[in-house]
Design a protein around this ligand. Structure first.
Ligand SMILES: Nc1nc2c(ncn2[C@@H]2O[C@H](COP(=O)(O)OP(=O)(O)O)[C@@H](O)[C@H]2O)c(=O)[nH]1
Ligand SMILES: [Mg+2]
Length: 318
C-alpha cells in the first residue's frame, strides 16, 4: 500500500516513520541525516499490512521538482493515503504554494483518497506556531477542499504524532479486504489456541510493538488499540546469559532466539511470551496459577495450532 509523506525538510517525516513502524525511541532518531530526494521504505504495519512509504522531503526547490511534468504522475499516483507534514516552529509562507500543488496532484492522480492528512508537528516546542501555520495553509481554500483535509497539531517527540499516524493507518486496515481477512484468520487461530487452556492470548508485531489481535472480547469493538509490547533489557540479558551457559556446556550452533519462550510469574498468574515468526510475538496470560493450566498452555504453545499460526504468519501475502 502506497503512502505519500510530503513536506519541507526538517518537518519530522523520517522521525515519525522510524518511531512508529520500527519502534525506535525519539532519542535514537535525534541525529537523522536530512533525506535527500525521494526515499522509499517498506514496513509491515501491525503485522498485517505492508506499507510502501514515499518520503518526499527537501527544500522548496526540491519539493517543486516533484510537481514537474515528468515526475508528478509517478509520485502522486496510486496512493492509499497522503500525509503533509510541517515544522510548526519554522513557519514558512512559501509552503502554502507547495501545499496547494500537493493537494491538486494527490486528488488528480489518486482520486480514491477521501481524506488528506496534515500534521502540524513539533508542538512540544515553545516557539511552535501551529495556529499561524494552520491559517497560512487554509486561508481562502474553498469549502469543498477544507472538508477533505484533516489538520492535527502533533509532536513526534511526545508521541502524539505516532498515535495519529497509527489511527490513520488503522482506518486503512478497516478499508482493506485483504488485511481484514488476515486479521480474521489470525483471530480464529488465537481462539483455537485458547480452547481448554483458561488463558488469554495476545499477538504483537515486534517491529512496531503493536497489537495484531487477541482473544479478549473487549478488544473486539476496538481491536486496534495503541497497545505496545517492547522487549526490554532484562530479556536481552537473559538471552546472553543463556547463550554463555550453553557455550560452557559445549552446545554448538545456538542462536539467542533458540530461547523462544519467556515465562513471567505474577501473584495470580503466569505470563508466557513466545516468538512466533516474522517478528510476531505471542503472549499468553493464564487465569490462575494451577499446574494444570500451566501445562495446558505449554501444550498449546507447542501444538498444531501454534504451528499453523506460525505457518500462516510466515506466508507473506499482505
Ligand atoms: N522538538 C521536536 N523535534 C522534532 C520533532 N520531530 C522531529 N524533530 C526533530 O526535527 C529534526 C528533523 O527530523 P526529520 O525526521 O529528519 O525530518 P524530515 O526532514 O522531515 O525527515 C530532527 O532533529 C528531529 O529530532 C518533534 O516533534 N519535536
Ligand atoms: Mg527525512
Amino acid at each position: 500500500m502506497k503512502i505519500i509523506l510530503f513536506g519541507p525538510q526538517n518537518a519530522g517525516k523520517t522521525s515519525l516513520m522510524r518511531t512508529t513502524c520500527l519502534g525506535y525511541n525519539f532519542m535514537k532518531v535525534l541525529n537523522l541525516k536530512p533525506t535527500k530526494g525521494v526515499s522509499r521504505e517498506n514496513f509491515i504495519f501491525r503485522g498485517i499490512m505492508e506499507l510502501n512509504v514515499w518520503d518526499l522531503g527537501g527544500q522548496e526547490r526540491y519539493l517543486e521538482r516533484y510537481f514537474s511534468e515528468s515526475q508528478r504522475e509517478l509520485i502522486f499516483s496510486e496512493a492509499a493515503t497522503a500525509v503533509f507534514m510541517v515544522d510548526s516552529a519554522a513557519v514558512d509562507l512559501e509552503v502554502r504554494d507547495i501545499f496547494e500543488k500537493f493537494l491538486k496532484y494527490v486528488l488528480e492522480f489518486s482520486p480514491k483518497i477521501d481524506t488528506i492528512y496534515v500534521l502540524l508537528n513539533k508542538i512540544d516546542l515553545q516557539e511552535s506556531k501551529e495556529d499561524d501555520y494552520y491559517q497560512i495553509l487554509t486561508k481562502d481554500l474553498n469549502n469543498g477542499m477544507m472538508e477533505r483535509i484533516a489538520f492535527t497539531p502533533v509532536s513526534v517527540k511526545e508521541g502524539s504524532a505516532q498515535h495519529r499516524l497509527i489511527e490513520i493507518l488503522d482506518y486503512e486496515i478497516q478499508k482493506n479486504t485483504l488485511s481484514l481477512q488476515r486479521l480474521g484468520k489470525i483471530r480464529h487461530l488465537l481462539d483455537e489456541l485458547k480452547i481448554n487452556t483458561l488463558s488469554e492470548y495476545l499477538l504483537f508485531n515486534q517491529p512496531d510493538g503493536l497489537l495484531i489481535s487477541s482473544t479478549f472480547g473487549k478488544f473486539e469493538s476496538k481491536p486496534l488499540q495503541f497497545m505496545r509490547f517492547e522487549i526490554g533489557t532484562l530479556d536481552s540479558n537473559i538471552y546472553s546469559i543463556y547463550q554463555q551457559i550453553m557455550e560452557l556446556q559445549s552446545v554448538s550452533n545456538l542462536s539467542p532466539l533458540s530461547l523462544s519462550t519467556i515465562i513471567y510469574e505474577s501473584e495470580n498468574c503466569w505470563i508466557l511470551v513466545k516468538e512466533v515468526s516474522n517478528g510476531a510475538v505471542l503472549m499468553a496470560v493464564t487465569r490462575n496459577k494451577s499446574p494444570e493450566v500451566f501445562s495446558s498452555v505449554m501444550n498449546a504453545l507447542t501444538g498444531d495450532t501454534f504451528k499453523n499460526l506460525k505457518l500462516y504468519l510466515k506466508s507473506s501475502e499482505y
